[in-house]
Write a protein that binds this ligand. Structure first.
Ligand code: BEZ
Length: 211
């Protein structure tokens, strides 16, 4: 079953490198990034886990927990964490789900048989406080993900969940944002006291409202 935007992220129980969890209870009322990697003791995955660990404090600032997964066991993950520290300098500082029976991988459709019968693809699910899926990404085994981009996306998701705005291409925190087309000019004037620039009737830019 595929997990789509707006769906409630399926709940599950699992063994992790930091003990047993029930996913929704572990996530609590904050945000979470659940991401899969294809296999332990592989090169791209080693760099990814180090990169994610290096940015953990940035995810913390956004009230966002990280949790990794592969179809290897918790014991394997724990052995591999030593290599990740050696190579990247970063101790993995978030739980990694052991999923040798593929229960969670199947629940989240992380195995794409035309890519590999046995390994998970590089899936990412960003899940909001309401347990609903806000973003999905799927990368192949050969391409490592950009964890700074995940932070940028979470900044956009958190901003746009609180204001009637969306963020343009290549937006970075602090850049101007787009006023929701559903708002009339009168409503926009009231909601965005810093003013707005009407580039087209459907494209009105305003300074980021929470700064
Ligand atoms: C890697 O992380 O480098 C990798 C993982 C699975 C298959 C091939 C490469």
């Amino acid at each position: 079953m595929s997990v789509r935007l707006g769906d409630v992220a399926p709940d599950f129980s699992a063994e992790t490198t930091q003990g047993s969890i029930q996913f929704h209870a572990w996530k609590g009322s904050g945000w979470a990034v659940l991401f899969s990697h294809p296999k332990d003791f592989t090169p791209v995955c080693t760099t990814e886990l180090g990169a994610a660990a290096a940015l953990k404090s940035e995810f913390d600032k956004r009230h966002c927990k990280l949790i990794g997964l592969s179809v290897d066991s918790v014991e394997s993950h724990l052995r591999w964490e030593g290599d990740i520290k050696d190579v990247t300098g970063h101790q993995v500082n978030f739980p990694m789900i052991g999923d040798p029976d593929r229960a969670v991988a199947n629940l989240y459709d992380m195995i794409h048989p035309n890519a590999s019968d046995t390994m998970t693809v590089r899936s990412v699910f960003v899940i909001g406080p309401d347990h609903k899926v806000k973003l999905t990404l799927t990368y192949p085994a050969s391409t490592g993900r950009n964890f700074q981009e995940l932070l940028r996306v979470i900044d956009s998701l958190q901003l746009t969940s609180g204001y009637s705005v969306s963020t343009p291409a290549d937006w970075k925190p602090g850049d101007d944002v787009i006023i929701a087309p559903a708002l009339s000019d009168a409503e926009a004037t009231e909601k965005f006291p810093k003013g707005f620039d009407t580039k087209k009737p459907y494209l009105r830019m305003t300074p980021q409202p929470d700064r």
